[in-house]
Design a protein around this ligand. Structure first.
Ligand code: GUN
Ligand code: ZN
Length: 440
């Protein structure tokens, strides 16, 4: 694969939009920055400066400029929960969570003992992420360490900031997909030592979910977290009522589902929980008091009939909750964060609330970076952050083009993109200042 490198420093002249605060706290208007004629200066993979073209240009008279018209420059999208090995089985029909796992997922994941196959799927997955404008994701691999090696090698080759981990699973799955508490710990530790902190890669300790780990394995995962406290922990929480009942029967001594994770030291900062749909009051409080993060997976929750995420309660118990959007492919039906924002809007409407485009945009960029504790590096257009950027084509389709002619402000522009946009809206993508999806 050959990547075009713009010689640095260089500038992108384009309208741009970015968050600089949490709109759930500060309000939409105080959180969004919009420059109708912006200049973003990129040097050594970082954003060196960003502002109005006329103000900034005189400070960089020699700067080579790439200009995009009828376009909007935004931070690269961040997917806070996705399974790369499930891309081959996306859109598998007819089941809810447990049957879907048994019938499709566990069958598919067995193929990832083959590192060549894993690498081919990782390549497809990353190319599809970039096509959708996603530059960072928190990724589940399979139980096989090879699946992690393949994924990180493919990410490294593209220079992407990615988080990923080997799934830990020592019961209630086919024998070919099981590790043990000890091998799961040892393999995860080797992978941390091999990959964590290499270039822009981070490891994520990944117990799949409580039903597929014995108490001994959850204890080992907690020990691993204590040994490597800057490593993310990712898992699933309370996605489906049948799953919640199963957890209750497997861990009768625990107060509720989240208490299982808390008991083994798997809650708190840098612990991110996918779904979080069927929670009691005490679980909401525990999530917020512990400083844990949530990955809201709207297309997946609809596809598996899992439920409607309660964003209002999440925000009312902690307006500052670290909460990002996620595709959760292969239960999720798209890798597009634009479509995922649109799906989050639909879910909020079904619960009787309208989600503003600024808040949805936050949960796919700055809020998602906060959910992964990466807000010092990515998620905004601001000096010092990594230059992961997406150019949205504001006239990507005839329907979008005619609707854009009616747009009066940036909030409406963002809304049109999230309701009508998809991969066709992504004209170009930069990762650490490097063009990874060339402009068309
Ligand atoms: N719960 C445990 N494993 C999975 C998975 O792979 N996908 C989803 N959506 N939920 C899960
Ligand atoms: Zn998932």
């Amino acid at each position: 694969m050959s990547l075009k490198r713009q010689s640095e420093p260089f500038g992108i002249r384009c309208a741009y939009a970015t968050l600089n605060d949490n709109p759930f706290l500060a309000g939409d208007e105080n959180s969004l920055i919009f420059e109708s004629d912006g200049l973003v200066v990129i040097d050594q993979g970082l954003i060196h400066a960003a502002g109005h073209y006329n103000s900034l240009r005189p400070l960089f008279p020699e700067l080579e400029i790439v200009q995009y018209q009828n376009a909007l420059l935004v931070p690269g999208f961040i997917d806070t929960h996705v399974h790369y090995p499930q891309l081959p089985m996306i859109g598998s029909c007819g089941e809810q969570l447990i049957d879907w796992l048994t019938r499709y997922t566990f069958e598919t994941e067995q193929r990832f003992c083959d590192i060549g196959y894993a690498r081919r799927v990782a390549d497809h997955f990353l190319d599809a992420c970039l096509d959708a404008g996603t530059t960072t994701a928190a990724v589940y691999c399979t139980v096989h360490p090879e699946s992690v090696d393949a994924f990180f090698a493919a990410s490294l080759e593209r220079g992407l900031r990615m988080l990923a981990g080997k799934v830990l699973m020592d019961r209630n799955a086919p024998a070919a997909l099981l590790d043990t508490a000890q091998t799961g710990y040892d393999q995860s530790e080797q992978l941390i030592r091999r990959w964590h902190g290499q270039h822009r890669l981070s490891y994520a300790i990944t117990p799949r979910f409580a039903p597929t780990s014995t108490p001994a394995q959850l204890e080992a995962a907690g020990a691993l977290r204590s040994a490597y406290p800057d490593v993310l922990v990712q898992t699933h929480l309370s996605e489906n009522p049948q799953e919640v009942a199963w957890v209750k029967s497997l861990f009768p001594e625990r107060r509720h589902y989240l208490d299982v994770y808390a008991h083994y030291g798997l809650t708190g900062p840098r612990c991110i929980f996918g779904h979080a749909l069927h929670l009691c009051e005490s679980e909401w409080r525990m999530l917020s008091d512990s400083g844990s993060s949530i990955a809201h997976c709207p297309t997946s929750n609809a596809f598996l009939g899992s439920g409607l995420f309660d964003l209002e309660t999440a925000r009312s118990c902690q307006p500052n909750m670290r909460l990002g959007l996620a595709t959760d492919v292969g239960a999720g039906t798209t890798l597009s964060m634009l479509k995922t924002m649109g799906a989050a809007y639909n879910v909020a409407q079904l619960r009787g609330n309208a989600l503003s485009p600024v808040k949805a945009f936050h949960m796919a960029t700055y809020g998602a970076a906060q959910a992964l504790h990466l807000e010092e590096r990515i998620g905004r257009i601001a000096a010092g952050l990594e230059a992961d950027l997406v150019i949205l084509d504001l006239q990507a389709t005839p329907v979008i083009e005619q609707r854009m002619a009616q747009c009066s402000d940036i909030a409406d522009t963002l809304f049109v993109q999230m309701i009508l946009g998809d991969e066709r809206s992504v004209r170009a993508v930069y990762s650490a200042g490097k063009s990874v999806k060339p402009a068309v």
